[in-house]
Design a protein around this ligand. Structure first.
Ligand SMILES: [Zn+2]
Length: 378
């Protein structure tokens, strides 16, 4: 039922509309018009003002004719990473790539194109369904800011499907980590390096000792830690009085996240004390982990809908966060689905037409599964 030609054209049109984070407005205007043409009620929330974007999140509602069906939400994010301006997609019939100078933007416009295609199919075939909400968020790529500033009570749905993972359609992300970001500032004491170095405390050296004592990289199967940025010092003849380190800890287990973060903090503070320096450690929770079970309704529906279109479901963990982390933390059960995008956040990003099409078919299958009322355990 998917119109492949229309789907490809729609995808190509979407990626040509620039929408890097905080500049989603042109895309939002385009989508609002499309959604209204397709018969949805559309509102734009106030999140944009809070996160300094020129657009808010779009919340659209399709009124279905089956009143007792479970209300479901599909979401995708409108923003892209850089280099994401003036994208020139190329399609050879099987694969869609960028010109090689920019990303493609299949992350996450493959999801948007698939959702629009499904709304077209529902309208032209008069398909019966329950109420469906479509959420297009802003600023996902710069810290899930659109989702974090979404008033979840605006959504009437009971469960959500976040279309925003790489890999073929059929992959279902049931668990994702928490992430803490770290900013560590070590304060030493400056002095002339040649005349009176004994009066100084070398902040860079203290940082070096602290770093050598930290356990970084893969901590265990569910936990990773990294210090990725270091800056400090002014001149070779000055004992440096300040150095800043930036890093992160991720874990799919909240307790391990705490423990690993605490260890880094303690090592830094103890090392600073040893050298009579001072350490400031700022920890910020970027997003919170979630763990869904195969018995959760949202996962059951996702699995059955994959099987119904002849694909193999695959439950997998994610190494990163998405809007679903925020929704789950707000008490709204959501699962992340793969949409076929590959090598995202690089200029080699691509998507196979087959996977784009499967994603649209998968969304349609989810809608049918929800209204079929069949036993989900089959
Ligand atoms: Zn994405």
């Amino acid at each position: 039922m998917v119109n492949e030609k229309r789907l490809i054209e729609s995808f190509m049109e979407l990626v040509k509309i620039d929408s890097i984070s905080r500049e989603e407005r042109n895309l939002a205007d385009f989508l609002i018009e499309k959604l209204e043409d397709l018969g949805l009620e559309v509102i734009v929330d106030q999140a944009g003002e809070k996160v300094k974007s020129n657009s808010g999140n779009i919340i659209a509602r399709l009124r279905g004719n089956i009143k007792k069906a479970t209300l479901i939400m599909f979401s995708a994010h409108m923003d892209t990473v850089v280099p994401g301006k003036n994208i020139k997609p190329i399609c050879d019939g099987e694969k869609i790539v960028s010109s090689g100078k920019t990303i493609l933007g299949a992350d996450d416009k493959a999801a948007i194109a698939a959702l629009l295609e499904v709304l077209h199919i529902i309208k032209e075939n008069n398909i019966s369904c329950g109420d469906i909400e479509i959420l297009f968020t802003i600023c996902e790529e710069i810290g899930l800011k659109g989702a974090k500033n979404l008033d979840i009570s605006e959504l009437k749905s009971q469960i959500g499907f976040v279309l925003d993972a790489g890999g073929r359609a059929g992959k279902i992300i049931t668990t994702a980590p928490s992430q803490n970001s770290l900013e560590i500032i070590i304060h030493g004491k400056s002095a002339h390096a040649g005349a009176n170095p004994e009066e100084g405390i070398n902040a860079i050296q203290v940082a070096g000792f602290a770093l050598s004592r930290m356990k970084l990289g893969r901590i265990d199967e569910e936990t990773t830690a990294n210090i990725g940025v270091i800056s400090g010092g002014n001149a070779t003849n000055i004992v440096p009085d300040k150095v800043t380190l930036k890093g992160e800890v991720r874990s799919r287990d909240g307790g391990k996240l705490e423990k690993c973060t605490e260890q880094i903090k303690k090592i830094t503070e103890d090392t600073a004390q040893e050298f009579k320096a001072k350490a400031e450690v700022k920890v910020n929770e970027e997003y919170h982990c979630y763990n869904l079970s195969p018995d959760d309704q949202v996962v059951k529906i996702a699995i059955k809908a994959v099987k119904d279109i002849g694909l193999q479901p695959e439950l997998c963990p994610s190494g990163g966060g998405s809007d679903a982390n925020v929704f789950n933390k707000k008490g709204f059960p959501s699962v992340v689905l793969s949409v076929g995008m590959e090598k995202v956040h690089t200029v080699d990003e691509y998507i196979l037409v087959k996977n784009l099409k499967n994603t649209a078919e998968y969304v349609l299958s989810i809608i049918k599964t929800v209204i079929s009322g069949e036993n989900l355990d089959e």
